[in-house]
Design a protein around this ligand. Sequence first.
Ligand SMILES: NC(=O)c1ccc[n+]([C@@H]2O[C@H](COP(=O)([O-])OP(=O)(O)OC[C@H]3O[C@@H](n4cnc5c(N)ncnc54)[C@H](O)[C@@H]3O)[C@@H](O)[C@H]2O)c1
Length: 317
Amino acid sequence: MSVQTRKVAIIGTGHVGSHVAFALATQGEVDELYMSDIDKEKALSQATDVNDAVSYLPHHVEAKACDIEDIGTCDILVISAGPLPDPNKDRLESLGDTVAILKDVLPRVKASGFNGCILSISNPADVVAAYIQRVLNYPKHKIISSGTALDSARLQRLLSETLQVNRRSLTAFAMGEHGGSAMVPWSHVTVGGKPLIDLQTSMPERFPSFDHDAMTEAMKYGGYLVLKGKGSTEFGIASSAVEIIRAIFHNEHKILPVSCLLDGEYGQHNVFASVPAMLGKDGVELIVELNLTADEQERFAASCNRIREYLAKADTF
Ligand SMILES: NC(=O)c1ccc[n+]([C@@H]2O[C@H](COP(=O)([O-])OP(=O)(O)OC[C@H]3O[C@@H](n4cnc5c(N)ncnc54)[C@H](O)[C@@H]3O)[C@@H](O)[C@H]2O)c1
């Protein structure tokens, strides 16, 4: 009998990394956690804290602090090293600090021999994933940024509250940048499989119309709202990360809104942006190309251009 253990490495064990670790442990989606941070004492504390929880978890997990050079046998690498988000700054403004960290991290990832799937979370998410892919010359299907997975969860929360419909009974997601230029393809929002726009026409009392732009702005503001009160965002991103990791480990062929390298899809080349993508054991299996309205297509293209603009800046740091 051969038993396969699921190994996840996490680089950057701050608020995000530690919550991804704990969520993986509590949801039983990992067997071994390799936790690395420039602050070695912090990585050790986080790993020990996870291990302390194991007695009361329904699954066994082993967490250990390690150097980046030790992650070579892991299946999935989560990159969550970066500056603590500043509620008064756009995510794109953290690019210089994140690139400085990646200049330390990426050569060591390469030296480790790691060749599994990379889930990049550090901000600015799309630009950072593109930078990592380029520096490591990594196979494009094996690197994913959580992208708008989190924005989409925020959108689903807002829609659920407004429409009084359970989140699992509606389909809604954001595309483009994980940030200020994210857009929502409203023509593809469905409730119980029916376009919301049709429901709003046929049942206006049950599904009154609302301002789409205002809800898109509220979705984007969601992260700042959390940051303002607690100084970090961690639960939402941890759940998003586990959902992506689960889809990979269980070869789920699940379609999630994540940022991946576009190669002609939606008329876009050489840019990481969030689109509905099918995830399985080798990462991105296919990208779903929706028929966007002209306005949606324009907004998506504008978002991709903003990501491109910052990727060009990444080389100047
Ligand atoms: N994509 C998303 O949806 C999303 C959501 C929340 C946060 N983030 C991003 O995640 C990143 C981390 O946020 P956080 O709240 O955990 O910050 P944090 O400050 O709590 O944690 C960052 C960790 O990175 C570590 N680190 C710094 N340089 C390192 C290096 N060279 N090698 C290894 N580790 C290093 C720090 O010591 C720290 O423990 C930020 O870029 C943030 O913007 C993304």
